[in-house]
Design a protein around this ligand. Structure first.
Ligand code: CAA
Length: 261
C-alpha cells in the first residue's frame, strides 16, 4: 500500500463498501497543505478504483475536520507565484468524484476546510463542529468555493455575513441553515456516516452516479435547462440492467439485485 503521511484510509461497512479517509495532520489541525491535498486526491482515486466502494467518507479528528489552507505555507507567497502555479486549482477533486462523498465534520471546518466539506455530496456534523470562512481576518477571501458554494447552501445574506465577518457557526446553526443534513454526538458521527454510506451502497451504482450528475447540474443550469438534462439522464437509466432489475423486483415483490457498476 502507498505510504501515507497526512491521512488514513480504511474500508468499512458490509463488503467494505465505504471508504473512510481520515485527515491526520494533528499538529496543524489538519491544515490543508499542497502535499496533503495531493495525498487526498490520490487516496480518493484509489478508493474509487475499488469495485466494492460506493461511498467515501471524509473526516478529521474530534478537534478539527480541517482548519483551512496552510497559512504558514501561504504566508510568504506573492501574486505571481500563486497565479503562475494555479494555487488551489487541484483542490476540487472531491466535487467530481463519481462515488458518493460524505463529509463527517467534527470540530473546526474553517476556510478551505469548510470548502472541502462543501465539495462533498452530503455533510454530517458532530455536535461540536464549527463552520466558518475566516479568510477575511487574514486579509484575503475564500478561494476554493467559499463565496460560491456557501451562497447556494445557505443563501446570500448568511453567506455574506459569514465571509465578511469571519465568524463561525455551530453545528445546530449549520443544520438549521441547511449546510449540513444532520447532527450527531461526536463519537457517533463517523459510524453514522458509514451507516449512511452503507445504505447508499445498497442502491444501483450507476443510478447513484447518474443521480449525482443530475443534482449537480442544478448548481449550474437554469431550471429549463436543468429539467431538460434531468429528463435525458432519466431516459438514460433505461439503458441499464439495474433499472430493469429494480422495476422487475418491485413487480415480483422481492429485493432487487443490482449488478451494474
Ligand atoms: N494553517 C497552518 N497552521 C494552522 C492552521 C492553518 N490554517 N490552523 C491551525 N494551525 C496550527 C497553528 O498554527 C498551531 O501550530 P503551532 O502549534 O505550531 O503554533 C496549531 O495548528 C494549533 O492551532 P492553535 O494553537 O491556533 O489552536 P487553537 O485551538 O488555539 O485555535 C483555531 C484553533 C481557531 C482553528 C485556530 O487555529 C485558527 O484560527 N486557525 C486558522 C483558521 C483560518 O484562518 N483558516 C483559513 C485559512 S485561509 C484558507 O483556507 C484559504 C482558502 O480559501 C483555501
Amino acid at each position: 500500500a502507498p505510504k501515507r503521511e497526512y491521512l488514513l484510509l480504511d474500508y468499512r461497512g458490509a463488503n467494505n463498501c465505504v471508504a473512510v479517509i481520515t485527515l491526520n495532520r494533528p499538529k496543524a489541525l489538519n491544515a490543508l497543505s499542497d502535499p496533503l491535498m495531493q495525498e487526498l486526491n490520490c487516496t480518493i482515486a484509489e478508493a474509487e478504483a475499488q469495485p466494492n466502494v460506493a461511498a467515501i467518507v471524509i473526516t478529521g479528528s474530534e478537534k478539527a475536520f480541517a482548519a483551512g489552507a496552510d497559512i504558514k505555507q501561504m504566508q510568504t507567497r506573492n501574486f505571481v507565484q500563486v497565479y503562475k502555479d494555479n494555487f488551489l486549482s487541484g483542490w476540487d477533486r472531491v466535487s467530481s468524484s463519481p462515488r458518493v462523498v460524505i463529509a463527517a465534520v467534527n470540530g473546526y471546518a474553517l476556510g478551505g476546510g469548510c470548502e472541502l466539506a462543501m465539495m462533498a455530496d452530503i455533510i454530517l456534523a458532530g455536535e461540536k463542529a464549527k463552520f466558518g470562512q475566516p479568510e477575511i481576518n487574514l486579509g484575503t477571501i475564500p478561494g476554493a468555493g467559499g463565496t460560491q458554494r456557501l451562497v447556494r447552501a445557505i443563501g446570500k445574506s448568511r453567506a455574506m455575513q459569514l465571509c465578511l465577518t469571519g465568524e463561525m457557526i455551530n453545528a445546530k446553526q449549520a443544520c438549521d441553515w441547511g449546510l449540513v443534513s444532520a447532527v450527531y454526538p461526536p463519537d457517533q458521527l463517523v459510524d453514522e456516516a458509514v451507516k449512511l454510506g452503507e445504505k447508499i451502497a445498497s442502491k444501483s451504482k450507476v443510478a447513484l452516479q447518474i443521480c449525482k450528475e443530475a443534482i449537480n447540474k442544478s448548481y449550474d443550469l437554469s431550471l429549463t435547462e436543468g429539467l431538460r438534462v434531468e429528463k435525458q439522464l432519466f431516459y438514460s437509466t433505461f439503458a441499464t440492467n439495474d433499472r430493469k432489475e429494480g422495476m422487475t423486483a418491485f413487480v415480483e415483490k422481492r429485493e432487487p439485485r443490482f449488478t451494474d457498476s
